[in-house]
Design a binder for this molecule. Structure first.
Ligand SMILES: [Zn+2]
Length: 144
């Protein structure tokens, strides 16, 4: 009885396994266990990555506008110097050589006169740091 069932399942599944199923693009075989081919899969993965990055950038621009409104007028020269150096306001602040301090992540809130920045850290609140001790946070960069 058990044996019969197994044989039945095998005979039912056998033709399916050999059948070549095409992706809806008509160019390639479907990936195993999926409805699309490898080319379509790569295209859709890339599209969703770009969508995610564009979405992130749009959200950050809203955040940046809100920060600027709350922080007030920034120094344009410092702002230009910062923008030449970093791609967005998520930065790493490096310690000066003398003190035994550690680097930390921060968000730039305001551009102050004389190449100084007001940054906000997640655990230490607000502080002023010189522009030259700041670099882009590589973990928080997007492409578009
Ligand atoms: Zn395809």
């Amino acid at each position: 009885m058990l044996n019969m069932e197994t044989t039945q399942i095998k005979t039912e599944k056998a033709p399916d396994r050999d059948e070549i199923r095409l992706c809806s693009c008509g160019n390639g075989a479907r990936r195993r266990g999926n409805a699309d081919c490898l080319v379509c899969h790569h295209v859709s993965v890339k599209a969703s990555r770009l969508r995610r990055q564009a979405d992130l950038k749009a959200r950050f621009m809203v955040l940046e506008a809100a920060i600027d409104k709350l922080a007030g007028v920034s120094d344009p020269a410092t702002r230009r110097a910062f923008e030449a150096r970093c791609r967005n306001r998520f930065v790493v602040v490096w310690p000066d050589q003398s003190a035994g301090k550690k680097r930390f992540d921060a968000l730039v809130i305001k551009f102050l006169e004389g190449d100084k920045l007001l940054v906000m850290t997640y655990d230490r609140g607000f502080q002023q740091v010189p522009l030259e001790r700041v670099t882009q946070d590589p973990a928080r960069v997007w492409n578009p």
